[in-house]
Ligand binder design. Structure first.
Ligand SMILES: NC(=O)CCC(=O)C(=O)O
Length: 269
C-alpha cells in the first residue's frame, strides 16, 4: 500500500470582491509560495468562492463558465507541481443558474471531483442567487477515500456521518465563514472530526467584503479531535503532515461505527 502520509497546505488568502483575474493571480502566487516550503505540500487547499467572493448580485459576467478557464488552470497547476489541488470553490455560471462549486485535481491534472454546495446559507443571501447542489461527493486521495463539502455544510452532522459511513477518512472544507461565529466554526469542525474519527481540513478566507469580516482560523484537526494546525487572522499558509492510518487506529480504539444502532435512530413516542 502507498504511504498514507500527506503534507497539507491551506491557502488562507484574502479575496478581492468581484475581481476573478486578480484573485486568480493571487492564488497562483500563494501556490508558488507554498511550493517553496520543505517539505513540499502534497495537497493544497483554497477557500470558498475564491474567484469572486460573495459578489452574489454581480455574478453575471464574472462567474466562471462551466469547466471554464479556472478549471484548466487548476488542472495545469496541479500537473505542473505534481500535487493534488482541492480548489476551494468558485462561483460558476451554467444555463440552470449560478453554483458554488468545488473542483479537485490530481497530480496528473485529471479532475477528481466536482461538487456543488448542497446547503445554501440564507444569512448571506446565497439561496436568492444560487442553485443548490443535489449530491454529495467522495474522491480518491491516493489509496484513501476523501470527502469534500463547503462551509455551511459543516452544520449538518448527518452529512459528515454519511460521508464517513461511505468510507471518508479525511474531509476537506473550503469556507468563507465570517465573524462573529468563530466559536461555532471551531466547535463544529472539531465535533465532526471527533464523532466521525476522521481528519477535518478546513480553509477559511481572511479580510472583509461589503457586508462581512472573515477571521481565517483555517484548521487541520486529526481524528482524535486534536487541532494540529490553526491559522491566525492574517493571510498565510497553514501546513501540517497528516497520516490517514490514524483514522483506522482511532476507529479501532473507540469503535463508534461498529457500535452504532441506526435502527433506533428514529423518534418513537
Ligand atoms: N459561507 C457560508 O456558508 C458561511 C456559513 C456560516 O457563516 C455559518 O455560520 O454557518
Amino acid at each position: 500500500m502507498a504511504s498514507q502520509q500527506y503534507h497539507i497546505s491551506l491557502l488562507q488568502m484574502d479575496i478581492r470582491l468581484a475581481d476573478p483575474q486578480y484573485n486568480q493571480q493571487r492564488a497562483g502566487e500563494w501556490i508558488a509560495e507554498a511550493m517553496k516550503a520543505e517539505p513540499k505540500p502534497d495537497v493544497i487547499v483554497l477557500p470558498e468562492m475564491w474567484n469572486t467572493g460573495y459578489a452574489l448580485d454581480r455574478l453575471d459576467g464574472i462567474a466562471e463558465p462551466e469547466n471554464g478557464p479556472i478549471c484548466d488552470w487548476l488542472s495545469e497547476t496541479a500537473a505542473h507541481y505534481g500535487i493534488t489541488i482541492v480548489g476551494g470553490s468558485i462561483s460558476e455560471q451554467r444555463s440552470s443558474g449560478f453554483y458554488n462549486t468545488l473542483y479537485a485535481y490530481a497530480p496528473d491534472g485529471s479532475q477528481l471531483t466536482r461538487y456543488d454546495k448542497i446547503h445554501l446559507f440564507k444569512l448571506m443571501d446565497e439561496e436568492k442567487f444560487m442553485q443548490p447542489g443535489e449530491q454529495t461527493t467522495l474522491f480518491p486521495l491516493g489509496d484513501v477515500t476523501a470527502a469534500a463539502s463547503i462551509c455551511y455544510d459543516i452544520r449538518f452532522p448527518e452529512l459528515a456521518r454519511t460521508l464517513a459511513l461511505a468510507g471518508a477518512k479525511v474531509w476537506f472544507v473550503p469556507a468563507e465563514w465570517p465573524n462573529p461565529r468563530l466559536h461555532h466554526w471551531r466547535t463544529l469542525l472539531t465535533a465532526r472530526a471527533i464523532e466521525n474519527q476522521m481528519y477535518v481540513i478546513a480553509c477559511n478566507r481572511v479580510g472583509r467584503d461589503e457586508k462581512s469580516e472573515f477571521f481565517g482560523h483555517s484548521m487541520i484537526i486529526d481524528p482524535w479531535g486534536e487541532v494540529i494546525a490553526e491559522g491566525g487572522e492574517e493571510e498565510g499558509i497553514i501546513s501540517a503532515t497528516i497520516d490517514l492510518e490514524l483514522s483506522e487506529d482511532v476507529r479501532g480504539r473507540i469503535p463508534v461505527f461498529a457500535d452504532r444502532r441506526p435502527e433506533l435512530y428514529k423518534h418513537q413516542d
